[in-house]
Design a protein around this ligand. Structure first.
Ligand code: SAH
Ligand code: SF4
Length: 435
């Protein structure tokens, strides 16, 4: 989502004479597009701000008349606007994920000096109008494009800040989504990933005036000329629905790989987290997806050391992981977030126990990931090439399961789906020969 927002910010500023620089020290404007999901991400913002402040001061000391405008956007901006201006008074502008469409206007205001001093802007309101109506169309796109279909969340899991920073659930209309998809395809996109904090909870206005589910939307998207791959992320188990299972069965371009976070394998913890489903219900969903698409692979997120988590709860999570057999998974130590119900519980798990549990989760998931990658050896997989590899003369692509594959070749291969016979499976990648 932040990558998408970042691209949109660049698109918004382009007509105003700004372009992206790879050299941050040289920038006229630096925008930190931030994440508030865990404390670590938030700390990173403050250390990055320190680095930018040093650049700003250095320019002043060298009498360089080019100042640097420093902006903090994204969810840390939304949640910590006041704190940022207090701790880092040199920041010129703070804005949230729902107001970045006003960036050009905000920048213009900042450049107007008031009594010799630059104006400061903090814009963290949730406008009633949709920012999507004000975002420009992309002027270029990668082979793999992102498309936001839904934003915000009304689920209020007890550990999570998203409902407070991204706001209430909102689904865009199918018409605007399909228009944006056509535009991305015309610019050369081959794969489209539909994005939303609760993407499978999508319920926008359909082309027929009725409400469409994500499954219905995927059927319509698959009809567009030139679309080779469709993905969607991130889903919540509660929002799986029949049209989506059907789409997994019927829509060839819908990739057989699903990120379906479960967070914990203990019913007690799931209940405490306010996830509103049980382990058995989650397993049933996995079973239904496998019935619809037997070659489907799964990934998930796990939280280690949620308040009140016992050794038994943790074992239950390891059991669930063994039971499902993931292609990939992300796990995090529980991080208390301001304003969330879990953060004030008295039953916080000590840091060292969280670390041990996290390591156990990650070890198990790594073993599964390697086994999954090795199970590809001998198979012929379609790979969509889209970028240069690490070594000169190499290109890199992704399989349906997001594994990286490198081949010798050049940029003429970008955007092509090629068949590769897999010879080796590694930790994060596969290697093989083009057929
Ligand atoms: N909407 C998605 C998740 C979005 S947040 C869902 O419901 O699954 C992305 C991931 O960050 C979550 O799946 C969770 O594993 C992790 N996360 C969120 N808040 C966290 C916290 N306070 N501490 C640790 N991990 C957290
Ligand atoms: Fe956060 Fe996802 Fe829960 Fe929403 S559903 S509160 S985004 S973890």
């Amino acid at each position: 989502m932040n990558v998408y927002d970042g691209q949109k910010m660049a698109d918004l500023l382009k007509p105003h004479g700004y372009r992206i620089t790879e050299i941050s020290e040289d920038a006229d404007v630096s925008i930190l597009n931030t994440c508030h999901i865990r404390e670590k991400a938030e700390h990173k913002v403050f250390s990055d701000l320190g680095r930018l402040h040093a650049v700003k001061k250095d320019r002043k000391s060298r009498d360089d008349d080019r100042d640097m405008i420093i902006a903090v956007g994204g969810c840390v901006g939304q949640a910590e606007g006041e704190e940022i201006t207090r701790q880092a008074p040199y920041v010129d502008m703070v804005f949230g994920p729902q107001s970045y469409h006003r960036l050009p206007e905000m920048l213009a205001q900042i450049e107007q000096k008031i009594k010799g001093k630059r104006k400061k802007i903090v814009d963290t309101q949730f406008p009633a109008i949709s920012k999507f109506d004000f975002l420009p169309s992309a002027s270029e796109t990668p082979v793999n494009a992102f498309l936001v279909v839904q934003e915000g969340c009304d689920k209020f899991c007890h550990f999570c800040v998203v409902p407070y920073t991204r706001g209430a659930e909102y689904s865009r209309s199918a018409k605007t989504i399909l228009q944006e998809a056509k535009h991305l395809l015309a610019l050369g996109a081959k794969e489209i990933t539909l994005l939303g904090q609760n993407v499978n909870g999508y319920h926008g206005e359909g082309l027929d005036g009725g409400e469409w589910s994500l499954g219905r939307l995927i059927y319509a998207l698959a009809e567009l000329d030139g679309i080779k791959r469709i993905r969607y992320t991130t889903s919540h188990p509660l929002d799986m629905h029949d049209e989506l299972y059907d789409a997994h069965r019927d829509v060839e371009q819908l990739m057989p790989f699903l990120h379906l976070p479960v967070q914990s394998g203990s019913d007690l913890i799931l209940d405490a987290m306010n996830r509103k489903h049980t382990v058995a219900e989650y397993l049933k969903i996995i079973e239904k997806l496998r019935a619809a698409r037997p070659d489907i692979g799964f990934s998930s997120d796990f939280i280690a050391g949620y308040p009140g988590e016992t050794a038994k709860d943790h074992q239950d999570t390891l059991e669930l992981i063994k039971n499902v057999g993931y292609a990939q998974a992300y796990s995090f130590k529980y991080s208390p977030r301001p304003g969330t119900p879990a953060s004030i519980l008295q039953t916080q798990v000590p840091e060292d126990i969280k670390s041990t549990r996290l390591a156990e989760l990650q070890d198990l998931v790594n073993v599964q990931q390697i086994a999954f990658n090795q199970s590809m050896v001998g198979k012929t997989l379609e790979v969509l090439f889209d970028r240069e590899g690490k070594l000169p003369g190499q290109v890199l692509g992704k399989t349906a399961y997001m594994q990286s594959v490198t081949l010798n070749g050049d940029s003429s291969l970008f955007g092509n789906l090629l068949s590769v016979k897999i010879k080796h499976g590694h930790g994060n990648s596969l290697s093989g020969e083009r057929l």
